[in-house]
Ligand binder design. Structure first.
Ligand SMILES: C[S@@+](CC[C@H](N)C(=O)[O-])C[C@H]1O[C@@H](n2cnc3c(N)ncnc32)[C@H](O)[C@@H]1O
Length: 484
């Protein structure tokens, strides 16, 4: 049962819009949250995913504000995180209201190419943005907490988001380091989390107005920094999973007061059918849990109408960037290796970079950012150069196969075989049906790909009687559940 501190109730009662009742708000705080997921369109089309899962008995009902979002009904026994389809990155477990900010960022056909997510771990919105950008352009995903950067990294790889650069900074630095550099920015700010009480019944047990005020100061710094980093004409979406105006409307007003000639609030009243129910008079979405039966959320869309003056001068360029572009011969050999081994093509508009013996693929739009700040990770690691030839990285085949999948060098697995593969086991060729066994018998031995639902799972080495598992050790799972 949700523990709602009296000070919180008294405070929020004053902020609740007239058409909503406090009793209903309290009742919803106790109501279990509906499970929701977002299909990862970088790996599978939404139609295909819905077809597969509904054939297996899943009941999916669409989230009105996200074309790829669904509530799952009647499957309370399912541990979604252990489902094969989750492990292989076909979907992300994401609260429905948390799908709103990326939808707002890309609304009205926004074709932003260079995007910043200021506070991005664990990566639900960053991977949604990567999907909306269809792995093109550049997404800089930042996270301040070191342990959360690791989770973000794992999720970016699992979803096959290849055009992402990760950074690990206090978000306050962006206005200084990357002044007016981004077409669109999401600031999904650290907040008091008042909207999350349906998931965490203790979220409001120790609520204190002083904490709300204190976090508001951080949010003001972060929104100013994000606004400085935005190009003139660009869009900033500010969001939180909290309800108090001090962390929401007031942060947006603060930005407007700081830059009165450059800030314009764009209304989200028509973001989707029914958006008006949560829309404030300024055009923000203030989602109370009872409106859409979801977590509480706040979303504001802000356009930067004009350039604003820098606050701090441009820092000096950093030297010693450890990567260099590969030469023509290296590029040609690596391209040939990926094609011969896996029938995978390297995208021609990206840049192959070399660090010692490691080959990487950087998004072309990343290049102007070299030296401007320190990046934790850029693009995808393609392969290691070996004494003879190359060894492809798991993350490379996962990301590249999503874009250029050619089944010629890919063996589709059954559910049980896919489960074995993800648990780190080799696959005996005798476990395939007779025609496939014959096919394997005449195929050249060596590296090849395995897939499930026609989506690549990883690399195996065909040794004749078995397919040797090459899944990286840190991705081997103890629990992989089959629900089909
Ligand atoms: C609401 S969560 C982000 C959730 C994320 N956008 C998602 O959709 O998965 C806020 C994040 O901000 C991070 N954070 C806290 N202080 C920060 C700061 N000063 N700069 C950048 N990020 C910060 C927190 O560690 C946390 O991961």
């Amino acid at each position: 049962m949700a523990q709602l501190n009296t000070n919180f109730i008294n405070h929020i009662e004053k902020e609740l819009p007239a058409h909503l009742s406090l009793q209903e708000f309290i009742a919803y705080c106790d109501k279990p949250l509906r499970k929701s997921i977002r299909v990862n369109t970088l790996k599978i089309s939404t139609a295909q995913f819905v077809h597969i899962m509904t054939s297996a008995g899943w009941q999916l009902s669409p989230v009105p504000w996200c074309a790829d979002g669904f509530w799952i009904e009647g499957k309370d026994d399912i541990q979604l995180g252990n489902a094969i389809e989750h492990i292989q990155g076909l979907f992300y477990i994401q609260e429905a209201s948390s799908m709103l900010p990326p939808t707002a960022l890309f609304s009205n056909d926004n074709t932003a190419e260079i995007v910043l997510d200021v506070a991005s771990a664990p990566g639900s919105k960053a991977t949604q943005i990567a999907a909306l950008m269809n792995n093109s352009g550049l997404l800089v995903a930042n996270e301040y907490s070191a342990s959360r950067v690791k989770v973000l990294h794992a999720n970016v790889l699992r979803m096959g988001a290849s055009h992402t650069a990760l950074t690990h900074f206090d978000g306050r630095v962006y206005g200084e380091y990357l002044y007016e550099s981004f077409d669109a920015i999401l600031l999904d700010a650290p907040c008091g989390g008042e909207g999350t009480v349906r998931k965490d019944p203790l979220a409001l047990k120790h609520w204190d107005i002083d904490d709300v005020t204190a976090i508001g100061e951080t949010q003001k710094d972060l929104i100013e920094s994000a606004f400085l980093a935005l190009k003139p004409g660009g869009i900033l979406v500010y969001s939180t999973c909290t309800l108090s105006q001090l962390e929401n409307q007031h942060i947006c007003y603060h930005l407007q007061q700081t830059y009165p000639d450059a800030v314009e609030f764009e209304s989200l009243a028509e973001l989707f059918d029914g958006a008006d129910k949560a829309c404030t008079e300024e055009g923000f979405l203030h989602v109370w849990p009872q409106i859409y039966d979801s977590e509480g959320f706040f979303v504001a869309k802000i356009r930067k109408k004009a350039s604003v003056e820098r606050v701090k001068k441009q820092p000096k360029l950093q030297k010693n960037f450890p990567f260099n572009p590969a030469n023509e011969k290296q590029k040609a050999e690596l391209t040939q290796y990926f094609y011969d081994s896996f029938c995978l093509e390297l995208p021609s508009d990206d840049v192959i970079m070399l660090r010692d013996d490691e080959y990487w693929l950087f998004p072309a739009q990343f290049m102007p950012f070299i030296g401007k700040m320190r990046f934790q990770r850029i693009g995808i690691k393609l392969a290691d150069a070996m004494k003879k030839g190359y060894k492809a990285k798991h993350e490379a085949v996962i990301a590249l196969s999503a874009a250029t999948h050619n089944p010629a060098k890919t063996m589709e697995l059954s559910a049980a075989q896919a489960q074995d593969f993800l648990m780190g086991r080799d696959i005996a060729t005798s476990t395939f049906d007779q025609p496939t066994q014959q096919q394997l018998a005449i195929m050249p031995q060596g590296e090849m790909l395995v897939s499930y639902h026609k989506v690549v799972l990883g690399v195996v080495k065909h040794l004749g009687h078995r397919l040797k598992n090459n899944l990286p050790r840190d991705l081997v799972r103890d629990n992989v559940n089959l629900y089909l």
